[in-house]
Design a protein around this ligand. Structure first.
Ligand code: F6P
Length: 548
């Protein structure tokens, strides 16, 4: 792996030191840790750009982060970070640079990679995207019948869907609400059917987003959309040019599909699908929020890139968060990680992070092909608060599993709403945020049997009401959810993922594990459609399912 020592991280002295430290810390309760060190919140809070990370409610002492950063140095994190930012081919299994950070470099930055002026290339595409989205938003871009566009449908899947839909949902308060935005991803026919059923073909624009432009789901949905459009516009093929644009790295396949290259927005093989919302894949987002606010979104990402690249490891948000994840996964044997945004606008963030983290770090071999000798990756999941509180928090509070959680909250709301007289009182957003603080406190400190008994609870009920506490969480806070802050959050999680992958020595930028299923689905499609087709080549179980 470029510039990184090929080591088994579990055989290092730094790993052994952490194992020993874990022995000393694992039995301590957060109540004891806070009693012994009441200044933890000040000591265990880091800031980068507009984000604040309070990690004081973790099962750590002041010795833990230095031990974890020593591990990061042993894994070559600083060198590998530099290798990534400078365009070295750290995606070794695909022999590619990993340069999503270049997508948000300002226009006056310089970066040459493999003989290419990357910054000039990026801004040339951004400028074309800007002109296009201006034209759609102003009504200058018209459809086949001369009417302005009123609905934009992004067709894509994985990174070509989750980033745009998550970010659009997150930034709805900043979007042009006269434009209807839809996102179609699933090859389930209901998805495209439901997305188009109330739209007018004359005023609908499709953005077909696919890095490879070979993805079955996306191409199938795009073909169905094309047929829907032509059926609605009298079958004139020339309508396609006014109603379809493509975002891809594969100009040949885009042309083969029938989309003019003038209507294609490109990007590069050094942008991974799950790291691509800031490339032309973000076109639907740019149309929704406008090029200026899209620029703020990119600037937010860049601010965290700079923080990640330059801040000391001990004060570095993505580094601390990534290393704490390693601490739990590898030393406390945790399996999952909850993401709990206290913002309804962030309701797709957990799904987005599932691809980002699990497609990146769900690997069993290191960059050189040798097996990883410890556990990798966590199962990321979550729901916005307070909905999650009324669903699964029970298990977080009293279950037998340890689930580290990220609580994400904002000081100011996107909408000022007061609680009407007779309600609980005051400001609705304050009421909302009070839940975030209450939950992190209850998780960390719980409630003892003595405290519960002292309230007069019958003895037989006391055990049911005991809140064990000692459940770790981070609080990630910002003043307000803005385009810039959303960009910062995404970049924070991207680099957190990279930190974890670096410790484990894996290539976080390939995804070979999704290929076999795709190949088999292509083989099985014709078998399902033809009742006479024989199922001879299939495994016995699959053949039985197909026959049924
Ligand atoms: O199957 C996984 C994957 O390759 C993702 O990594 C990617 O984001 C998604 O499929 C979509 O790929 P494409 O943008 O090439 O259609």
């Amino acid at each position: 792996m470029a510039d990184v020592p090929a080591i088994d991280i579990t055989s290092t002295a730094e790993w052994s030191a952490l194992a020993e430290h874990h022995e000393a810390v694992a039995g301590l309760h957060l109540r004891e840790l806070f009693d012994a060190d009441p200044d933890r919140p000040a000591a265990m809070t880091a800031a980068g750009a507009d984000l604040v990370l309070d990690y004081s409610k973790h099962r750590i002492t002041r010795d833990t982060v230095p031990l974890l950063t020593a591990l990061a140095r042993a894994a070559g994190l600083p060198e590998r970070t530099e290798a990534m930012f400078s365009g070295k081919h750290i995606n070794t299994s695909e022999d590619r640079a990993v340069l999503h950070t270049a997508l948000r470099l300002p226009r006056d930055a310089t970066l040459q990679v493999d003989g290419q002026d990357v910054v000039a290339d990026v801004h040339a595409v951004l400028d074309r995207m800007g002109s296009f989205s201006d034209a759609v938003r102003s009504g200058k871009w018209t459809g086949h019948t001369g009417e302005r566009i009123r609905a934009v449908v992004n067709i894509g899947i994985g990174g070509s869907d989750l980033g745009p839909v998550m970010a659009y949902e997150a930034l709805k308060a900043y979007a042009d609400r006269d434009l209807t935005m839809r996102f179609v991803s699933n090859i389930d026919p209901t998805d495209i059917t439901e997305a188009t059923r109330d739209l007018d073909p004359a005023t609908t624009l499709f953005i077909v987003s696919s890095k490879t432009f070979t993805t079955l789901e996306t191409l199938t949905n795009a073909q169905v959309a094309r047929r829907w459009l032509l059926a609605g516009l009298g079958g004139d093929e020339s309508a396609v040019a006014k109603h379809f644009v493509a975002v891809s790295t594969n100009a040949k396949e885009v042309s083969a599909f029938g989309i003019d290259e003038d209507n294609m927005f490109g990007f590069w093989d050094w942008v991974g699908g799950r790291y691509s919302v800031d490339s032309a894949i973000g076109l639907s987002l740019m149309v929704a929020i406008g090029k200026e606010q899209f620029g703020e979104f990119l600037a937010g990402m860049h601010a965290i890139d700079e923080h990640f690249r330059t801040a000391p490891l001990e004060e570095n948000l993505p580094v601390i968060a990534g290393l704490l994840n390693v601490w739990y996964v590898n030393f406390f044997d945790t399996q999952t990680h909850a993401v709990l945004p206290y913002s309804q606008y962030l309701h797709r963030l957990p799904a987005y992070l599932q691809q980002l983290t699990m497609e990146s770090n769900g690997k069993s071999v290191r960059g050189d092909g040798s097996p990883v000798t410890t556990t990798t990756g966590e199962i990321f999941w979550g729901e916005p608060g307070t909905n999650g509180q009324h669903a699964f928090y029970q298990l977080l509070h009293q279950g037998k599993r340890l689930v580290p959680a990220d609580f994400i909250g904002f000081a100011e709301p996107n909408h000022d709403v007061s609680v009407p007289d007779g309600g609980t009182s005051g400001d609705m957003h304050d009421l909302f945020m009070s839940n975030l603080f209450a939950q992190t406190s209850a998780l960390a400190f719980g409630k003892t049997a003595e405290e519960i008994a002292a309230e007069g609870t019958p003895a037989e009920i006391v055990p049911h009401k005991v809140m064990p506490g000692n459940r770790p969480s981070s609080a990630i806070l910002a003043r307000k959810l803005t385009p810039s802050v959303l960009g910062q959050l995404i970049a924070f999680y991207e680099h957190m993922t990279f930190v974890e992958g670096t410790i484990w020595g894996i290539d976080s930028f390939d995804q070979w594990g999704v290929e076999l299923g795709k190949v088999l689905a292509r083989q099985l499609g014709p078998v399902l459609s033809d009742p006479e087709a024989h199922t001879g080549g299939l495994d016995a179980s699959t053949a039985a399912l197909v026959r049924r």
